[in-house]
Write a protein that binds this ligand. Structure first.
Ligand SMILES: Cc1ncc(COP(=O)(O)O)c(C=O)c1O
Length: 375
């Protein structure tokens, strides 16, 4: 065993402009960094615990969960280890083995895994239009539900990915919420890419459940997630027969320690930043407009309604054929300019986000990419 390898652990790309869409919303502000120094011991959050995480008053976890409910316009909030755990909890609590869940074709792999772990079947809702838009045909939810009902299949849950992690397409959740309501099925909205980045109002969107991701979109250290739901589904928080204070689906307590401390410490910052969502969209559209001038082609819904951008980049592919670094030239050249987060070696398609960057940084990124391509 070489224990030396654990000494002086250093993050390679700490001071760079990171364009990785799954990381941009999880960058923590300085107030959260300060809180880390107060609470870095393992169970530090439990100094004044009387048996359950969500009831801790010092630090103010209980108040925080109430504030989160208000922020999301949902009745009850609990913490999870991530969006994926939230999805599994809902499926496990609500569905019985063999039930169907109806979900969109852009659903994250963790939605499929959660369903598999809960021993459920899947019925997919496909695209209204495939390449290059990949827009989900939301009206199809009704038809898929009807088809399952005609075959006497038991449906346990309707799931929609609010914004998917592949194309960054924003779905009109209310449409699916209405269909689910009219059919009498619970509706889970996966907001891993939206809550904490943009305003989300659960009741307006007709969601019965919302899952969110602290490390992805709420400026928190990972892993932490949020599960919000409405009162009529309080079966999700049923307590143990043997340990009556402990909630079974949460195995008593979920994320404790630094992930939760940073989620709380960043909360005022997050509440404020979602007010500037329109500006984030302007930055995103600016990047698309500028990079399409040099041969990038944006995939997904146009114009962009979310900061995650996926480009088809034949121009990078062309250059890679001539450069001795092959596909790695783009990563390499960006890194020289202090920019990271683009997958090394990938040139056919590129994903990026400029969420939370200053306008000057956005311009710097655009100019750097133009310079690399034009050279
Ligand atoms: C749409 C979507 N949902 C869920 C997840 C998983 O989130 P978490 O890591 O909080 O489980 C991701 C991660 O990329 C995602 O893109």
């Amino acid at each position: 065993m070489n224990l030396d390898r654990y000494k002086n652990l250093k993050r390679q790309n700490r001071e760079t402009i990171n364009l990785n869409p799954i990381q941009r919303g999880g960058v923590i502000p300085s107030e959260a960094k300060k809180a880390i120094y107060e609470f870095w011991d393992g169970y530090s959050i439990c100094d004044f615990c009387h048996g359950r995480l969500d009831e801790i008053d010092n630090p103010p976890v209980r108040d925080f969960l109430n504030d989160l409910s208000e922020f999301l316009n949902m009745d009850i909030v609990r913490l999870t280890h991530g969006a994926r755990e939230g999805k599994f909890i809902v499926m496990h609590a609500l569905c019985k083995e063999g039930d169907y869940i109806v979900l969109d074709k852009n659903a994250h792999y963790t939605s499929y895994l959660a369903a598999e772990r809960a021993k459920l079947n899947i019925a997919e809702v496909g695209y209204e239009k495939e390449y290059p838009i990949y827009k989900i045909d939301l009206e199809r939810y009704k038809e898929v539900i009807d088809e399952l009902e005609d075959k006497n299949k038991s449906i346990g849950l309707i799931l929609l990915t609010h914004v998917d992690g592949n194309f960054g397409n924003l779905n009109d959740a209310k449409k699916v919420g209405k269909i689910a309501k009219s059919k009498g099925y619970p509706f889970l909205l996966n907001c891993a890419y939206t809550v904490g980045r943009m305003p989300v109002d659960g009741k307006k969107l007709k969601a019965d459940f919302i899952v969110a991701s602290g490390h992805k979109s709420m400026a928190a250290s990972g892993p932490i997630g949020v599960l919000a739901f409405n009162e009529e589904f309080s079966e999700v928080i049923k307590t143990s027969k043997r340990y009556p204070i402990k909630e079974v689906e949460f195995l008593g307590c979920t994320s404790r320690g630094l992930p939760l401390i940073t989620l709380m410490a960043s909360f005022p910052y997050v509440v404020n930043r979602v007010k500037y969502w329109e500006d984030e969209i302007k930055k995103t559209r600016y990047v698309v407009d500028e990079l399409e001038k040099i041969g990038f082609k944006q995939l997904g819904i146009k114009p962009k309604e979310h900061d995650l951008i996926k480009f088809e980049t034949p121009i990078l592919d062309e250059i890679a054929k001539r450069d001795k670094r092959k596909g790695y030239f783009f990563y390499d050249e960006l890194k020289k300019r202090g920019i990271t987060g683009i997958k090394p070696g990938v040139t056919k398609e590129v994903k990026m986000s400029v969420y939370g960057l200053e306008w000057e940084q956005v311009e710097y990124v655009v100019n750097a990419i133009k310079e690399i391509v034009n050279r």
